[in-house]
Design a protein. Sequence first.
Length: 487
Amino acid sequence: MRDTIKFVRNGKIQELENVDPTHTLLNYLRYDAGDTGTKEGCAEGDCGACTVLVGELVGDEILYSAVNSCIQFLPMLDGKEIVTVEDIANDPSKPHPVQSAMVEANATQCGFCTPGFVMSLVAERHGANRADVSGLNDVLAGNLCRCTGYGTILDAAQKAAANEEADILDAREDQTVDLLKSLVAEDMLAVDTEGYKFYAPTTEAELEDLLSQHPTATILAGATDVGLWVTKQHRDLPIIIYLGKIESLQELSVSDDSLTIGAGVTYSDAHSTLTEYDADLGELVRRIASTQIRNSGTIGGNIANGSPIGDMPPALIALGATLVLGSREGERSLPLEDFFIEYGKQDRRPDEYVKRIILPSKEADQSFATYKISKRFDQDISAVCAAFSVIIEDGTVQNARICYGGMAGTPARAGGAEKTLIGQEWTLQTVGEAMAEMANDYTPLTDMRASDDYRMQVAQNLLMKFFIESTDAKAKTRILGEEAANA
Ligand SMILES: Cc1cc2nc3c(=O)[nH]c(=O)nc-3n(C[C@H](O)[C@H](O)[C@H](O)COP(=O)(O)OP(=O)(O)OC[C@H]3O[C@@H](n4cnc5c(N)ncnc54)[C@H](O)[C@@H]3O)c2cc1C
Ligand code: FES
Ligand code: FES
Protein backbone atom coordinates (compact mmCIF):
# COMPACT_ATOMS: atom_id res chain seq x y z
CA MET A 1 0.00 0.00 0.00
CA ARG A 2 1.11 3.55 -0.73
CA ASP A 3 0.21 6.72 1.16
CA THR A 4 1.82 9.32 -1.11
CA ILE A 5 -0.44 11.04 -3.60
CA LYS A 6 1.19 11.52 -6.99
CA PHE A 7 -0.06 13.58 -9.90
CA VAL A 8 1.34 15.42 -12.90
CA ARG A 9 1.43 19.19 -13.15
CA ASN A 10 3.34 21.32 -15.63
CA GLY A 11 5.31 18.40 -16.99
CA LYS A 12 6.47 17.19 -13.55
CA ILE A 13 5.33 14.64 -11.03
CA GLN A 14 4.16 16.15 -7.73
CA GLU A 15 4.21 13.99 -4.62
CA LEU A 16 2.19 14.88 -1.54
CA GLU A 17 2.34 13.23 1.85
CA ASN A 18 0.17 13.56 4.95
CA VAL A 19 -2.75 14.94 2.97
CA ASP A 20 -6.07 15.45 4.73
CA PRO A 21 -8.28 13.13 2.60
CA THR A 22 -11.01 15.75 2.26
CA HIS A 23 -8.65 18.63 1.41
CA THR A 24 -10.15 20.00 -1.79
CA LEU A 25 -8.13 20.47 -4.96
CA LEU A 26 -9.15 24.14 -4.90
CA ASN A 27 -7.78 24.69 -1.39
CA TYR A 28 -4.60 22.84 -2.30
CA LEU A 29 -4.08 25.07 -5.34
CA ARG A 30 -4.83 28.35 -3.57
CA TYR A 31 -3.41 27.77 -0.09
CA ASP A 32 -0.67 25.16 -0.55
CA ALA A 33 0.58 25.71 -4.10
CA GLY A 34 -0.08 29.48 -3.89
CA ASP A 35 -1.80 29.52 -7.29
CA THR A 36 -4.72 31.85 -6.78
CA GLY A 37 -5.80 32.11 -10.43
CA THR A 38 -8.42 29.44 -9.74
CA LYS A 39 -11.22 31.18 -7.82
CA GLU A 40 -13.75 30.16 -5.21
CA GLY A 41 -17.24 31.50 -5.89
CA CYS A 42 -19.63 29.08 -4.27
CA ALA A 43 -17.69 25.99 -3.10
CA GLU A 44 -20.59 23.81 -4.25
CA GLY A 45 -20.10 23.15 -7.94
CA ASP A 46 -22.51 25.83 -9.16
CA CYS A 47 -20.53 28.83 -10.41
CA GLY A 48 -17.58 27.32 -12.31
CA ALA A 49 -15.05 29.91 -11.03
CA CYS A 50 -12.92 27.03 -9.74
CA THR A 51 -12.85 25.10 -13.05
CA VAL A 52 -9.61 23.26 -13.81
CA LEU A 53 -8.69 20.51 -16.24
CA VAL A 54 -8.05 16.96 -15.19
CA GLY A 55 -6.15 14.78 -17.64
CA GLU A 56 -6.50 11.01 -17.55
CA LEU A 57 -4.63 8.40 -19.50
CA VAL A 58 -6.85 6.48 -21.93
CA GLY A 59 -4.65 4.07 -23.84
CA ASP A 60 -1.85 6.23 -25.24
CA GLU A 61 -3.81 9.45 -25.11
CA ILE A 62 -4.85 11.97 -22.49
CA LEU A 63 -8.54 12.66 -22.03
CA TYR A 64 -9.06 16.12 -20.55
CA SER A 65 -12.21 17.09 -18.65
CA ALA A 66 -13.24 20.31 -16.95
CA VAL A 67 -14.09 19.75 -13.29
CA ASN A 68 -15.06 21.87 -10.30
CA SER A 69 -11.93 21.83 -8.14
CA CYS A 70 -13.94 23.05 -5.12
CA ILE A 71 -15.60 19.65 -4.71
CA GLN A 72 -12.80 17.31 -5.75
CA PHE A 73 -10.84 15.82 -2.86
CA LEU A 74 -7.10 15.86 -3.48
CA PRO A 75 -6.54 12.07 -3.28
CA MET A 76 -9.04 11.66 -6.15
CA LEU A 77 -6.41 13.28 -8.39
CA ASP A 78 -3.85 10.55 -7.74
CA GLY A 79 -2.45 9.28 -11.05
CA LYS A 80 -3.95 12.16 -13.09
CA GLU A 81 -2.75 15.44 -14.57
CA ILE A 82 -3.96 18.77 -13.18
CA VAL A 83 -3.99 21.86 -15.38
CA THR A 84 -4.92 25.29 -14.02
CA VAL A 85 -5.19 28.72 -15.59
CA GLU A 86 -1.58 29.35 -14.50
CA ASP A 87 -0.40 26.42 -16.60
CA ILE A 88 -1.76 27.13 -20.07
CA ALA A 89 0.24 30.03 -21.51
CA ASN A 90 3.05 28.92 -23.83
CA ASP A 91 5.24 31.56 -22.20
CA PRO A 92 4.43 34.61 -20.08
CA SER A 93 4.35 36.90 -23.12
CA LYS A 94 2.00 34.70 -25.14
CA PRO A 95 -1.39 33.92 -23.68
CA HIS A 96 -3.30 30.79 -24.60
CA PRO A 97 -5.48 31.22 -27.74
CA VAL A 98 -8.58 31.06 -25.53
CA GLN A 99 -7.22 33.84 -23.31
CA SER A 100 -6.45 35.96 -26.39
CA ALA A 101 -9.98 35.39 -27.67
CA MET A 102 -11.43 36.54 -24.32
CA VAL A 103 -9.38 39.73 -24.52
CA GLU A 104 -10.22 40.40 -28.17
CA ALA A 105 -13.96 39.91 -27.56
CA ASN A 106 -13.98 42.13 -24.43
CA ALA A 107 -15.35 39.13 -22.59
CA THR A 108 -14.24 40.10 -19.11
CA GLN A 109 -14.88 42.88 -16.62
CA CYS A 110 -14.02 42.20 -12.97
CA GLY A 111 -12.33 38.99 -14.12
CA PHE A 112 -13.42 36.81 -11.21
CA CYS A 113 -15.22 34.30 -13.39
CA THR A 114 -12.75 34.52 -16.29
CA PRO A 115 -10.26 31.77 -15.31
CA GLY A 116 -13.20 29.36 -15.01
CA PHE A 117 -14.58 30.26 -18.45
CA VAL A 118 -11.09 30.01 -19.94
CA MET A 119 -10.53 26.56 -18.48
CA SER A 120 -13.93 25.30 -19.69
CA LEU A 121 -13.03 26.45 -23.19
CA VAL A 122 -9.53 24.99 -23.03
CA ALA A 123 -11.09 21.70 -21.95
CA GLU A 124 -13.39 21.83 -24.93
CA ARG A 125 -10.46 22.34 -27.32
CA HIS A 126 -8.94 19.17 -25.95
CA GLY A 127 -12.20 17.23 -25.64
CA ALA A 128 -13.19 14.30 -27.79
CA ASN A 129 -15.92 16.27 -29.59
CA ARG A 130 -15.44 19.82 -30.83
CA ALA A 131 -18.64 21.70 -30.05
CA ASP A 132 -20.96 23.33 -32.53
CA VAL A 133 -22.59 26.61 -31.53
CA SER A 134 -25.32 25.16 -29.31
CA GLY A 135 -22.66 22.85 -27.89
CA LEU A 136 -20.70 25.86 -26.68
CA ASN A 137 -23.73 26.91 -24.66
CA ASP A 138 -23.63 23.52 -23.01
CA VAL A 139 -19.87 23.75 -22.50
CA LEU A 140 -20.31 27.03 -20.61
CA ALA A 141 -23.58 26.30 -18.78
CA GLY A 142 -21.62 25.59 -15.60
CA ASN A 143 -19.84 28.95 -15.60
CA LEU A 144 -21.60 32.00 -14.18
CA CYS A 145 -20.64 35.61 -14.82
CA ARG A 146 -22.26 38.35 -12.78
CA CYS A 147 -21.00 41.37 -14.67
CA THR A 148 -19.91 40.93 -18.31
CA GLY A 149 -22.94 39.23 -19.81
CA TYR A 150 -22.72 36.13 -21.89
CA GLY A 151 -22.84 37.64 -25.39
CA THR A 152 -19.18 38.61 -25.52
CA ILE A 153 -18.12 35.44 -23.72
CA LEU A 154 -19.87 33.37 -26.38
CA ASP A 155 -18.21 35.49 -29.08
CA ALA A 156 -14.86 34.68 -27.48
CA ALA A 157 -15.83 31.00 -27.29
CA GLN A 158 -16.61 30.91 -31.01
CA LYS A 159 -13.41 32.75 -31.85
CA ALA A 160 -11.41 30.32 -29.72
CA ALA A 161 -13.13 27.31 -31.25
CA ALA A 162 -12.16 28.52 -34.73
CA ASN A 163 -8.49 28.79 -33.74
CA GLU A 164 -6.74 25.43 -34.22
CA GLU A 165 -3.31 26.68 -33.07
CA ALA A 166 -1.49 24.06 -30.97
CA ASP A 167 -1.07 24.93 -27.30
CA ILE A 168 1.28 23.90 -24.54
CA LEU A 169 -0.78 20.81 -23.70
CA ASP A 170 -0.35 19.61 -27.30
CA ALA A 171 3.34 20.50 -27.24
CA ARG A 172 4.14 18.38 -24.20
CA GLU A 173 1.58 15.61 -24.77
CA ASP A 174 4.17 12.82 -25.29
CA GLN A 175 6.04 13.82 -22.17
CA THR A 176 2.82 13.95 -20.12
CA VAL A 177 1.69 10.56 -21.45
CA ASP A 178 5.01 9.05 -20.31
CA LEU A 179 4.67 10.63 -16.88
CA LEU A 180 1.08 9.42 -16.50
CA LYS A 181 2.14 5.93 -17.57
CA SER A 182 4.81 5.95 -14.90
CA LEU A 183 2.06 6.63 -12.35
CA VAL A 184 -0.06 3.64 -13.27
CA ALA A 185 0.55 2.31 -9.80
CA GLU A 186 0.28 -1.35 -8.96
CA ASP A 187 -0.29 -0.84 -5.26
CA MET A 188 -3.37 0.65 -3.71
CA LEU A 189 -3.44 4.23 -2.43
CA ALA A 190 -4.23 4.13 1.29
CA VAL A 191 -3.86 7.49 3.01
CA ASP A 192 -4.05 7.66 6.80
CA THR A 193 -3.54 11.18 8.07
CA GLU A 194 -4.18 11.65 11.78
CA GLY A 195 -6.70 8.83 11.71
CA TYR A 196 -8.54 10.08 8.61
CA LYS A 197 -8.38 7.38 5.97
CA PHE A 198 -8.79 7.34 2.20
CA TYR A 199 -8.63 4.07 0.30
CA ALA A 200 -8.58 3.81 -3.49
CA PRO A 201 -9.03 0.11 -4.32
CA THR A 202 -8.27 -0.94 -7.88
CA THR A 203 -10.41 -4.10 -8.00
CA GLU A 204 -13.89 -5.05 -6.86
CA ALA A 205 -12.35 -7.73 -4.60
CA GLU A 206 -10.28 -5.06 -2.79
CA LEU A 207 -13.37 -2.87 -2.52
CA GLU A 208 -15.44 -5.73 -1.08
CA ASP A 209 -12.76 -6.53 1.52
CA LEU A 210 -12.53 -2.87 2.52
CA LEU A 211 -16.30 -2.55 2.84
CA SER A 212 -16.52 -5.61 5.04
CA GLN A 213 -13.71 -4.25 7.25
CA HIS A 214 -15.09 -0.69 7.33
CA PRO A 215 -18.90 -0.87 7.14
CA THR A 216 -19.20 2.78 8.30
CA ALA A 217 -17.00 4.09 5.47
CA THR A 218 -18.27 6.69 3.04
CA ILE A 219 -18.25 5.37 -0.51
CA LEU A 220 -17.01 8.06 -2.87
CA ALA A 221 -17.52 8.20 -6.64
CA GLY A 222 -17.52 11.63 -8.36
CA ALA A 223 -17.94 13.65 -5.12
CA THR A 224 -20.61 15.90 -6.65
CA ASP A 225 -22.79 15.12 -3.63
CA VAL A 226 -20.17 14.06 -1.07
CA GLY A 227 -17.95 17.08 -1.82
CA LEU A 228 -20.74 19.35 -0.58
CA TRP A 229 -21.09 17.36 2.64
CA VAL A 230 -17.61 18.68 3.44
CA THR A 231 -17.63 22.17 1.93
CA LYS A 232 -21.17 23.12 2.95
CA GLN A 233 -22.18 20.86 5.81
CA HIS A 234 -18.68 20.55 7.33
CA ARG A 235 -19.24 16.88 7.90
CA ASP A 236 -16.45 14.72 9.25
CA LEU A 237 -15.69 11.72 6.99
CA PRO A 238 -13.22 9.55 8.91
CA ILE A 239 -13.06 6.74 6.33
CA ILE A 240 -13.52 7.17 2.60
CA ILE A 241 -13.45 4.40 0.01
CA TYR A 242 -13.03 5.83 -3.49
CA LEU A 243 -14.34 3.90 -6.51
CA GLY A 244 -12.66 5.90 -9.27
CA LYS A 245 -9.77 3.49 -9.81
CA ILE A 246 -11.85 0.35 -10.32
CA GLU A 247 -11.94 -0.21 -14.06
CA SER A 248 -14.67 -2.87 -14.00
CA LEU A 249 -17.13 -0.29 -12.57
CA GLN A 250 -16.66 1.70 -15.80
CA GLU A 251 -18.46 -0.93 -17.91
CA LEU A 252 -20.80 0.51 -20.53
CA SER A 253 -21.97 -2.21 -22.87
CA VAL A 254 -24.86 -2.87 -25.18
CA SER A 255 -26.13 -6.35 -26.08
CA ASP A 256 -29.17 -7.51 -28.07
CA ASP A 257 -31.36 -7.49 -25.01
CA SER A 258 -29.84 -4.96 -22.59
CA LEU A 259 -27.68 -1.96 -21.81
CA THR A 260 -25.33 -2.31 -18.84
CA ILE A 261 -24.05 0.75 -17.01
CA GLY A 262 -21.30 0.27 -14.43
CA ALA A 263 -21.80 2.27 -11.23
CA GLY A 264 -18.69 4.35 -11.89
CA VAL A 265 -19.72 5.56 -15.35
CA THR A 266 -20.01 9.35 -15.47
CA TYR A 267 -22.84 11.19 -17.17
CA SER A 268 -20.41 12.47 -19.80
CA ASP A 269 -19.17 8.98 -20.60
CA ALA A 270 -22.71 7.57 -20.76
CA HIS A 271 -24.27 10.42 -22.73
CA SER A 272 -23.89 9.16 -26.30
CA THR A 273 -24.81 5.55 -25.42
CA LEU A 274 -27.90 6.72 -23.54
CA THR A 275 -28.85 8.98 -26.45
CA GLU A 276 -28.64 6.00 -28.80
CA TYR A 277 -30.81 3.97 -26.42
CA ASP A 278 -33.39 6.75 -26.38
CA ALA A 279 -33.08 10.39 -27.42
CA ASP A 280 -35.05 11.54 -24.39
CA LEU A 281 -32.67 9.79 -22.03
CA GLY A 282 -29.79 11.62 -23.72
CA GLU A 283 -31.61 14.94 -23.39
CA LEU A 284 -32.27 14.20 -19.72
CA VAL A 285 -28.53 13.69 -19.15
CA ARG A 286 -27.79 16.96 -20.96
CA ARG A 287 -30.14 18.69 -18.51
CA ILE A 288 -28.31 17.31 -15.47
CA ALA A 289 -26.18 19.98 -13.83
CA SER A 290 -23.29 21.27 -16.00
CA THR A 291 -20.47 19.91 -18.11
CA GLN A 292 -18.12 20.01 -15.10
CA ILE A 293 -20.54 18.07 -12.87
CA ARG A 294 -21.38 15.60 -15.66
CA ASN A 295 -17.66 14.96 -16.12
CA SER A 296 -17.35 13.82 -12.48
CA GLY A 297 -20.81 12.72 -11.34
CA THR A 298 -21.82 9.10 -11.82
CA ILE A 299 -25.13 7.42 -12.51
CA GLY A 300 -24.35 5.01 -9.66
CA GLY A 301 -23.98 7.97 -7.29
CA ASN A 302 -27.29 9.42 -8.46
CA ILE A 303 -29.02 6.17 -7.47
CA ALA A 304 -27.04 5.39 -4.33
CA ASN A 305 -27.65 8.81 -2.77
CA GLY A 306 -31.34 7.87 -2.49
CA SER A 307 -32.51 11.37 -3.33
CA PRO A 308 -36.21 11.76 -4.19
CA ILE A 309 -35.21 14.38 -6.78
CA GLY A 310 -32.32 12.64 -8.52
CA ASP A 311 -32.98 12.80 -12.26
CA MET A 312 -31.93 9.33 -13.39
CA PRO A 313 -34.07 7.03 -11.18
CA PRO A 314 -37.53 7.92 -12.58
CA ALA A 315 -36.43 7.25 -16.17
CA LEU A 316 -34.52 4.09 -15.27
CA ILE A 317 -37.45 2.77 -13.21
CA ALA A 318 -39.95 3.49 -15.99
CA LEU A 319 -37.68 1.56 -18.36
CA GLY A 320 -37.65 -1.44 -16.00
CA ALA A 321 -34.02 -1.21 -14.81
CA THR A 322 -32.45 -3.85 -12.59
CA LEU A 323 -29.96 -2.76 -9.94
CA VAL A 324 -27.05 -5.06 -9.12
CA LEU A 325 -25.38 -4.68 -5.73
CA GLY A 326 -22.03 -6.26 -4.91
CA SER A 327 -20.37 -7.43 -1.70
CA ARG A 328 -18.04 -10.17 -0.46
CA GLU A 329 -21.16 -12.37 -0.27
CA GLY A 330 -21.66 -12.08 -4.03
CA GLU A 331 -24.10 -10.18 -6.21
CA ARG A 332 -27.71 -9.27 -5.39
CA SER A 333 -30.15 -8.02 -8.03
CA LEU A 334 -33.37 -6.17 -7.48
CA PRO A 335 -35.78 -4.03 -9.49
CA LEU A 336 -34.44 -0.48 -9.16
CA GLU A 337 -37.68 0.80 -7.64
CA ASP A 338 -37.31 -1.63 -4.70
CA PHE A 339 -33.98 -0.04 -3.78
CA PHE A 340 -35.77 3.10 -2.57
CA ILE A 341 -37.53 2.09 0.65
CA GLU A 342 -38.41 5.48 2.11
CA TYR A 343 -36.88 8.93 2.37
CA GLY A 344 -33.24 8.48 3.47
CA LYS A 345 -33.49 4.67 3.50
CA GLN A 346 -32.32 2.36 0.72
CA ASP A 347 -32.09 -1.40 0.42
CA ARG A 348 -28.29 -1.55 0.70
CA ARG A 349 -26.35 -3.26 3.47
CA PRO A 350 -23.29 -1.37 4.76
CA ASP A 351 -20.99 -3.96 3.14
CA GLU A 352 -22.71 -3.61 -0.24
CA TYR A 353 -22.09 -1.18 -3.07
CA VAL A 354 -23.99 -0.31 -6.22
CA LYS A 355 -22.25 -2.31 -8.93
CA ARG A 356 -24.20 -1.83 -12.13
CA ILE A 357 -27.55 -0.98 -13.67
CA ILE A 358 -29.11 -3.12 -16.39
CA LEU A 359 -31.69 -1.65 -18.74
CA PRO A 360 -33.69 -4.05 -20.90
CA SER A 361 -33.67 -3.12 -24.60
CA LYS A 362 -36.79 -1.25 -25.64
CA GLU A 363 -39.53 -3.18 -27.39
CA ALA A 364 -40.68 -2.24 -30.88
CA ASP A 365 -44.08 -0.96 -29.73
CA GLN A 366 -42.80 0.74 -26.58
CA SER A 367 -43.13 4.52 -26.26
CA PHE A 368 -40.96 6.31 -23.75
CA ALA A 369 -40.50 9.91 -22.67
CA THR A 370 -38.96 11.73 -19.75
CA TYR A 371 -39.39 15.37 -18.74
CA LYS A 372 -37.51 17.48 -16.24
CA ILE A 373 -39.25 20.49 -14.71
CA SER A 374 -36.93 22.96 -13.03
CA LYS A 375 -36.80 26.71 -12.61
CA ARG A 376 -33.73 27.08 -14.85
CA PHE A 377 -33.00 25.05 -17.96
CA ASP A 378 -29.37 24.34 -17.05
CA GLN A 379 -27.68 23.58 -13.76
CA ASP A 380 -30.83 23.17 -11.70
CA ILE A 381 -32.39 20.45 -9.59
CA SER A 382 -35.83 19.16 -10.62
CA ALA A 383 -39.02 20.25 -8.94
CA VAL A 384 -40.61 17.28 -10.71
CA CYS A 385 -39.03 14.74 -13.02
CA ALA A 386 -41.39 12.42 -14.89
CA ALA A 387 -40.86 9.30 -16.97
CA PHE A 388 -43.44 7.33 -18.95
CA SER A 389 -43.15 4.04 -20.74
CA VAL A 390 -46.14 2.42 -22.41
CA ILE A 391 -46.58 -0.54 -24.72
CA ILE A 392 -49.58 -0.11 -26.99
CA GLU A 393 -50.89 -2.91 -29.19
CA ASP A 394 -53.84 -2.30 -31.51
CA GLY A 395 -54.66 0.88 -29.65
CA THR A 396 -54.79 -0.83 -26.26
CA VAL A 397 -52.33 -0.25 -23.41
CA GLN A 398 -50.59 -3.57 -22.71
CA ASN A 399 -48.19 -2.20 -20.14
CA ALA A 400 -47.60 1.16 -18.47
CA ARG A 401 -44.78 2.22 -16.17
CA ILE A 402 -45.00 5.75 -14.83
CA CYS A 403 -42.48 7.11 -12.37
CA TYR A 404 -41.90 10.53 -10.84
CA GLY A 405 -39.20 12.21 -8.83
CA GLY A 406 -40.19 15.09 -6.58
CA MET A 407 -43.66 13.72 -5.83
CA ALA A 408 -42.85 11.57 -2.76
CA GLY A 409 -40.01 10.78 -0.35
CA THR A 410 -38.48 8.50 -2.97
CA PRO A 411 -38.71 8.20 -6.73
CA ALA A 412 -42.10 6.48 -6.93
CA ARG A 413 -44.33 4.80 -9.49
CA ALA A 414 -47.88 6.00 -10.07
CA GLY A 415 -49.47 2.59 -9.37
CA GLY A 416 -53.09 3.79 -9.54
CA ALA A 417 -52.60 5.71 -12.78
CA GLU A 418 -50.82 2.70 -14.33
CA LYS A 419 -53.72 0.37 -13.39
CA THR A 420 -56.21 2.83 -14.84
CA LEU A 421 -54.42 2.69 -18.17
CA ILE A 422 -53.54 -1.00 -18.55
CA GLY A 423 -56.04 -2.91 -20.69
CA GLN A 424 -57.76 0.30 -21.77
CA GLU A 425 -57.65 2.17 -25.05
CA TRP A 426 -54.89 4.81 -25.27
CA THR A 427 -57.29 7.74 -25.57
CA LEU A 428 -57.74 11.21 -24.15
CA GLN A 429 -60.48 9.89 -21.90
CA THR A 430 -58.45 7.11 -20.25
CA VAL A 431 -55.46 9.40 -19.94
CA GLY A 432 -57.74 11.94 -18.19
CA GLU A 433 -58.88 9.20 -15.79
CA ALA A 434 -55.25 8.25 -15.08
CA MET A 435 -54.41 11.90 -14.43
CA ALA A 436 -57.21 12.08 -11.86
CA GLU A 437 -55.97 8.86 -10.23
CA MET A 438 -52.60 10.48 -9.55
CA ALA A 439 -54.23 12.45 -6.74
CA ASN A 440 -54.46 9.09 -4.93
CA ASP A 441 -50.95 7.99 -5.93
CA TYR A 442 -49.10 10.96 -4.46
CA THR A 443 -49.13 13.52 -1.65
CA PRO A 444 -46.42 15.89 -2.80
CA LEU A 445 -44.67 18.38 -0.54
CA THR A 446 -44.33 22.12 -0.73
CA ASP A 447 -40.72 23.31 -0.62
CA MET A 448 -38.52 26.01 -2.14
CA ARG A 449 -38.69 24.35 -5.54
CA ALA A 450 -42.47 24.09 -5.91
CA SER A 451 -45.77 23.97 -4.05
CA ASP A 452 -47.72 20.74 -3.57
CA ASP A 453 -50.47 21.99 -5.92
CA TYR A 454 -47.99 22.93 -8.63
CA ARG A 455 -46.27 19.56 -8.39
CA MET A 456 -49.56 17.67 -8.70
CA GLN A 457 -50.77 19.76 -11.60
CA VAL A 458 -47.51 19.54 -13.52
CA ALA A 459 -47.29 15.78 -12.91
CA GLN A 460 -50.79 15.31 -14.31
CA ASN A 461 -50.16 17.60 -17.25
CA LEU A 462 -46.93 15.81 -18.16
CA LEU A 463 -48.90 12.59 -18.68
CA MET A 464 -51.17 14.52 -21.05
CA LYS A 465 -48.12 15.90 -22.83
CA PHE A 466 -46.76 12.38 -23.24
CA PHE A 467 -50.11 11.24 -24.65
CA ILE A 468 -50.15 14.11 -27.16
CA GLU A 469 -46.56 13.46 -28.24
CA SER A 470 -47.14 9.72 -28.58
CA THR A 471 -50.28 10.10 -30.68
CA ASP A 472 -49.46 13.15 -32.80
CA ALA A 473 -45.93 13.16 -34.17
CA LYS A 474 -46.40 16.70 -35.47
CA ALA A 475 -47.49 18.23 -32.17
CA LYS A 476 -44.83 20.64 -31.02
CA THR A 477 -44.77 20.37 -27.28
CA ARG A 478 -41.18 21.24 -26.43
CA ILE A 479 -37.98 22.84 -27.63
CA LEU A 480 -34.74 20.93 -27.67
CA GLY A 481 -31.04 21.46 -28.15
CA GLU A 482 -30.06 24.44 -30.28
CA GLU A 483 -33.58 25.87 -30.24
CA ALA A 484 -33.54 25.88 -26.45
CA ALA A 485 -30.08 27.37 -26.33
CA ASN A 486 -31.10 30.19 -28.65
CA ALA A 487 -34.56 30.77 -27.17
C1 LIG B 1 -23.99 21.96 -8.94
C2 LIG B 1 -24.67 20.63 -8.89
C3 LIG B 1 -25.72 20.37 -9.75
C4 LIG B 1 -26.37 19.15 -9.71
N1 LIG B 1 -27.40 18.94 -10.57
C5 LIG B 1 -28.05 17.77 -10.54
C6 LIG B 1 -29.13 17.54 -11.44
O1 LIG B 1 -29.45 18.38 -12.28
N2 LIG B 1 -29.78 16.36 -11.34
C7 LIG B 1 -29.42 15.41 -10.43
O2 LIG B 1 -30.05 14.36 -10.39
N3 LIG B 1 -28.40 15.59 -9.59
C8 LIG B 1 -27.71 16.74 -9.62
N4 LIG B 1 -26.68 16.95 -8.75
C9 LIG B 1 -26.34 15.92 -7.77
C10 LIG B 1 -25.17 14.99 -8.17
O3 LIG B 1 -24.39 15.54 -9.19
C11 LIG B 1 -25.66 13.63 -8.63
O4 LIG B 1 -26.48 13.04 -7.65
C12 LIG B 1 -24.53 12.69 -9.01
O5 LIG B 1 -25.03 11.68 -9.82
C13 LIG B 1 -23.83 12.06 -7.80
O6 LIG B 1 -22.84 11.19 -8.29
P1 LIG B 1 -21.36 11.20 -7.74
O7 LIG B 1 -20.61 10.18 -8.50
O8 LIG B 1 -20.80 12.55 -7.72
O9 LIG B 1 -21.62 10.68 -6.25
P2 LIG B 1 -20.87 10.98 -4.90
O10 LIG B 1 -21.04 12.38 -4.50
O11 LIG B 1 -19.50 10.45 -4.93
O12 LIG B 1 -21.76 10.03 -3.95
C14 LIG B 1 -23.15 10.28 -3.78
C15 LIG B 1 -23.74 9.28 -2.78
O13 LIG B 1 -23.76 7.98 -3.33
C16 LIG B 1 -22.91 7.09 -2.59
N5 LIG B 1 -22.28 6.27 -3.61
C17 LIG B 1 -21.68 6.71 -4.76
N6 LIG B 1 -21.40 5.65 -5.55
C18 LIG B 1 -21.80 4.54 -4.89
C19 LIG B 1 -21.78 3.15 -5.20
N7 LIG B 1 -21.33 2.70 -6.35
N8 LIG B 1 -22.28 2.30 -4.28
C20 LIG B 1 -22.80 2.74 -3.10
N9 LIG B 1 -22.84 4.05 -2.76
C21 LIG B 1 -22.35 4.93 -3.65
C22 LIG B 1 -22.03 7.97 -1.77
O14 LIG B 1 -21.62 7.34 -0.58
C23 LIG B 1 -22.96 9.14 -1.49
O15 LIG B 1 -23.87 8.79 -0.49
C24 LIG B 1 -25.97 18.16 -8.78
C25 LIG B 1 -24.90 18.41 -7.93
C26 LIG B 1 -24.25 19.63 -7.98
C27 LIG B 1 -23.09 19.88 -7.07
S1 FES C 1 -16.36 27.58 -6.47
FE1 FES C 1 -18.24 27.67 -7.54
S2 FES C 1 -18.19 25.83 -8.69
FE2 FES C 1 -16.46 25.71 -7.46
S1 FES D 1 -16.33 39.34 -15.37
FE1 FES D 1 -17.02 39.76 -13.38
S2 FES D 1 -18.07 37.93 -12.81
FE2 FES D 1 -17.62 37.64 -14.87
